[in-house]
Structures are given as C-alpha cells and as structure tokens.
Design a protein around this ligand. Structure first.
Ligand code: ADP
Length: 224
C-alpha cells in the first residue's frame, strides 16, 4: 500500500461522532494530503447566509442529509483541484449508496483505486456522550470535549492559542438521534458496498484518539 503522502486515497466513515473528523485531521498531519470534510464544506456554505446556505442550515440543524445531487456536484469538482493531485482523505463522504457509486465511477475514470475505506466503529451510547460534550476552537477548528479532551490551559486552544470556542447547533440530543437514524438507513448500506470491493477496514473507535490513530496507521502501513 502506498504511504506517507504519495497518492493515498482514503475514506473515513462511521456514525456521527465516531471520530472520523479527528482521525482525518490526525492522518493529514502525517501524510500531508488534502483533507476534505463535506460537513465543513457545507457549514462554510451555510455561514454565507445565502438562500442556498439557509437551505443547507435547515437540513443540517434538523439532522438530515443534504440532497445527493448537491453534495456530489460539490465534491466532484473539489477533488479535481490541484491540492488533491497527491491524494485525499474523505471525511463524511460518501454518505449514501448513490454517493458511493458516483465516487467509485469518478475514481475509476481517473484510474485511481481507493487505498482504504476505514469504518470507525463506536456504539450509540458512547456516541451520544461524545457529541453532547464536544466543542471546537473558532480560530483553528481543533476539537475538544468537556470530559475527554480539555485544553491544557482552561479556555485556551492547545494548538493556536485561540480563546473562542463553539458548539455545533446540530450537536443536541434530538438532532443526534435523527442523525443516527439517518446513518443506519442511508449511510450504513455503503459499508457492504465497500466490503465487496475489498477496501473496507474496520477499526474499534472506543479507545482514546491516540489508540485509534495507531490502529489507523497500522492499516495504512504508516510507521512514523
Ligand atoms: P457528523 O459526521 O459528526 O454528523 P459532519 O460534519 O460530517 O458531521 O456532517 C454534518 C452534517 O452535514 C450532516 O449531518 C449532514 O446534514 C451534512 N452532510 C455532510 N456530509 C454529507 C454528505 N456526504 N451527504 C449529505 N449530507 C452531508
């Protein structure tokens, strides 16, 4: 398997709050390829306050997925950009079978094979506790948790020194319950799809961030 920056193409998948974003960011530090989070791309669009942005906000805040057509258009043009030439880490995409099929076709056209689809497995009870306690630095996006990952100095981001933090509007109990229902109904069917293609790797995501990272690195043959 290719490693350390030369043409890696990875997908992180799993239920909301399983740690895909955290693991994608950790992997990016090691391999320096493009990290594409569709959730972040959509939140950036929503923040513009345009009619499209408001439509996206309403869907996200209710725990629903945005339409396949919209996300496919967004992602397929994004992976054509220069910074994806050496590979990418997809985080939050594909999230439905039609999205998985389009990704598969797009990559086939480009002669690219996914190195791995890493499913991070975490039971629902743990997910709820993780999501309800999580928050992030407004300046650099570094993620924290009320119980499991506090900044070293109270109120100051370990990474950038920022002092403003935010919680996602969709990180509330009712919305998370809906996100879990949607995960099972719409995203979970992509798991057997990738399993049949021989690229699925499952990782237990219940341990610490570092423990999960180690398992991911072993899968990808990253030794440093
Ligand atoms: P999480 O995995 O923790 O739920 P994300 O940041 O990946 O969070 O996504 C947040 C929200 O953005 C999702 O609940 C959904 O509404 C929307 N979203 C992200 N990626 C996709 C996608 N590939 N297809 C449809 N909707 C998406």
């Amino acid at each position: 398997m290719s490693k350390n920056g030369s043409g890696l193409h990875i997908v992180f998948t799993g239920a909301p709050g399983c740690g895909k974003g955290t693991q994608a960011r950790a992997l990016k530090e090691k391999v320096d390829i493009c990290h594409l989070s569709t959730g972040e791309m959509l939140r950036a669009e929503a923040a513009k306050g345009t009619p499209l942005g408001s439509e996206i906000s309403a869907l996200i805040d209710g725990g629903n997925l945005v339409p396949d057509e919209m996300i496919i258009k967004m992602l397929s043009s994004r992976i054509e950009e220069d910074d994806c030439k050496n590979g990418f880490i997809l985080d939050g995409f594909p999230r439905t079978l039609p999205q998985a099929t389009v990704l598969d076709e797009l990559l086939e056209q480009k002669g690219i094979k996914l190195d791995a689809v890493i499913e991070i497995q975490v039971p629902d009870e743990i997910i709820m506790e993780r999501i309800l306690g999580r928050y992030a630095c407004m300046t650099c996006g570094e993620g924290y948790h009320d119980k499991f990952h506090k900044p070293k100095v109270y109120g100051v981001c370990d990474k950038c020194g920022g002092t403003n933090f935010y919680r996602r509007i969709d990180d509330n109990r009712t919305t998370v319950q809906n996100r879990l229902v949607n995960y099972r109904a719409l995203t979970y069917p992509t798991i057997p799809f990738f399993e049949k293609k021989g690229v699925l790797c499952c990782v237990d995501g219940t341990g610490t961030i570092e423990a999960t990272s180690k398992k991911v690195n072993v899968i990808l043959g990253i030794t440093q």
